[in-house]
Design a protein around this ligand. Structure first.
Ligand code: NAP
Length: 262
């Protein structure tokens, strides 16, 4: 059985770049009509046209603009919530403004998107919602207190939504990526010393690509996942299964951007 989205309408928030764009491409490849929602400065119309779908400018933390965007997709079968931001600072000096914005976009944006989608889907008694959370939903990476709190909160929303929306045959699941190569993480990937140490703790010895996250999101969105709701899938190269590190110079070399056994 293949992933088939023929005739399905999908929204991908934050879909103009990175993981969101890869999700939009994956759904399109399966036959879905995809609408990308993203900030005006990211030119979602161009991104939407680029995948043969449409793009709408909206801010997921702004209920009014988001509602207007959702109203343009009817009916709605699939929602993938990908819009997100990260602001780095130590807990003790995190600015209120950065805290508020991160929570408003990452957590508030998922709340608004989920609620708007669920209200549209419930009448038809079907739908699939996928939220891109993070390994940071579970662990406490330093200098990311607002981000980590927002991503942990997302899982609370996913569990509650899965519980409440199951009777309407609406499934809600979360994908938790590890470090994935996008603009958001370009500073990591651009620094060999940083990724050498980071990937020491990743059993597969490397970072992930947006398409590898999109494959998991598309699976959840598809009928292949018809009995799965309220669940979480790590796409992290085994990072969450690792403790005290996997790779060492005793047996391996760090070559370019990955660890490799000698
Ligand atoms: P990305 O390349 O920056 O893509 C995120 C997109 O969301 C950008 O186009 C961004 O626009 C947009 N966006 C930001 N705020 C928005 C808002 N208020 N309304 C609508 N769109 C908004 O980042 P990514 O790495 O693909 O991340 C996608 C999601 O995966 C995020 O939720 C992120 O937290 C999560 N994630 C990423 C990683 C990773 O390693 N990359 C790991 C775990 C989880 P701007 O660029 O203008 O802000």
């Amino acid at each position: 059985m293949q992933m088939d989205f023929t005739g399905r309408n999908a929204i991908v928030t934050g879909g103009a770049n990175g993981i969101g764009l890869a999700c939009a491409r994956a759904l399109t490849a399966g036959g879905a009509n995809v609408t990308i929602i993203d900030l005006a400065k990211e030119n979602p119309r161009e991104a939407g046209a680029g995948i043969g779908g449409q793009g709408i400018e909206a801010d997921v933390s702004d209920r009014v603009s988001l509602e207007a965007a959702f109203a343009r997709v009817d009916p709605l079968d699939i929602l993938i919530c990908c819009a997100g931001i990260a602001r780095f600072d130590c807990l003790m000096v995190t600015k209120q403004e950065d805290w508020d914005q991160t929570i408003a976009v990452n957590l508030g944006g998922v709340f608004h998107s989920l609620q708007l989608a669920a209200n549209r889907m419930q009448a038809r008694r079907s739908g699939s919602i996928v939220v891109i959370a993070s390994t940071n939903s579970y662990d406490g990476e330093a200098e990311l207190s607002a981000y980590n709190a927002s991503k942990a909160g997302i899982l609370g929303l996913v569990h509650t939504a899965a519980n409440e929306l199951g009777p309407y045959r609406i499934r809600v699941n979360a994908v938790c990526p590890g470090l994935i190569r996008t603009r958001l993480t370009s500073a990591h990937f651009g620094n060999t010393e940083v990724i050498r140490e980071y990937f020491r703790h990743i059993p597969l010895g490397r970072g992930g690509e947006p398409e590898e996250v999109a494959n998991a999101a598309a699976f959840y969105a598809s009928d292949l996942a018809s009995f799965i709701t309220g669940s979480t899938l790590f796409v992290d190269g085994g990072q969450m299964a690792s403790k005290f590190g996997t790779w060492s110079e005793k047996t391996a070399d760090f070559i370019g951007d990955h660890w490799q056994l000698r």
